[in-house]
Design a protein around this ligand. Structure first.
Ligand SMILES: [Zn+2]
Length: 282
């Protein structure tokens, strides 16, 4: 069976799941399209991905950065914290990955989940995600207007993406989990030092993001996760390319960093997790 048909079949099996971003009614699978009662139609592409945006949105992620990100994540850069997330996901049966990028983490986290869905606002990112061979479903969509029905998911994974908590709660089932990865002060500290020593970007604090999460979910739990990722010179260059931290850096400092690759990069994150219940809706 062709990929487009496989994905259409998986979408039909997961129904009800998708909501029309125009009229918010349920989308049902017809052939290789999603159609709502008011005849708004969203076609699957050859890879079985759906684009829910009316117009393409330009993001800072170009194809070269996305390809670098694919190589870095395939080499295991995120794997230690993805493992921790996966252990907390069980027994999730429907996972939504927020701002999934090129999809490698969605595939990893979805390995033991019946239905996993990743979305990103970047069409080039979803194009790359569509080339993966796992069972995850991918779409281009807007964080502020998620194309899913209420109570659709038992877990949400949010890795370095902004939290649109009202939307998260709308699409989560009561008792569903939110697992959010945020950078901690030592994340990519070698790059931060090399690119920003002596400026206000030389240090980073996640306090405001964390405070915001705890204000909404007072029972949330935080787990620090840090490790050093050993990298080849090629992977080091890919890490520099993929991180937004380097995009605004002084080009000379960036070039100097790329000319002198480091043997390892520090990863320092916090896993914030909470179980969402209707009673806690604010
Ligand atoms: Zn519609």
């Amino acid at each position: 069976m062709r990929k487009i048909e496989l994905k259409a079949q998986a979408m039909a099996a997961a129904a009800p799941l998708f909501a029309c971003p125009v009229c918010h009614e349920e989308l049902t699978v017809k052939g290789t399209s999603l159609v709502c009662p008011q005849d708004h139609v969203f076609d699957l592409n050859k890879k079985g991905c759906v684009n829910f945006l009316n117009a393409p949105v330009n993001t800072e992620y170009d194809e070269e950065m996305l390809a670098a990100r694919r190589r870095v994540l395939t080499a295991g850069f995120f794997t230690p914290f993805l493992k921790r997330m996966a252990s907390q996901l069980a027994p999730a049966d429907r996972l939504l990955d927020i701002g999934c990028g090129e999809g490698t983490p969605t595939d990893y986290l979805g390995a033991n989940v019946a239905t996993s869905v990743g979305f990103d606002i970047s069409a080039p990112a979803i194009k790359l995600a569509g080339a993966l061979n796992g069972p995850a479903l991918f779409c281009v969509a807007d964080l502020a207007r998620l194309p899913f029905l209420e109570n659709s998911f038992t877990a949400i994974a949010d890795i370095f993406s902004p939290g649109a908590y009202a939307e998260f709660e709308r699409v989560l089932r009561p008792g569903g989990k939110i697992l959010k990865i945020i950078p901690a002060s030592g994340y990519l500290r070698e790059l931060r030092q090399a690119l920003y020593a002596g400026t206000d970007k030389a240090t980073y604090s996640n306090a405001s993001v964390k405070d915001h999460f705890y204000a909404r979910y007072p029972d949330a739990v935080s787990e620090p996760i840090s490790y050093d990722f050993a990298c080849t010179p090629e992977l080091f260059a890919d890490i520099v390319r993929m991180t937004p931290l380097s995009w605004q850096a002084d080009p000379e400092k960036r070039a100097a960093l790329l000319a002198n690759p480091l043997p390892s990069i520090h990863v320092d994150v916090e896993l914030l997790s909470t179980e969402w219940n209707q009673a806690s809706r604010s």
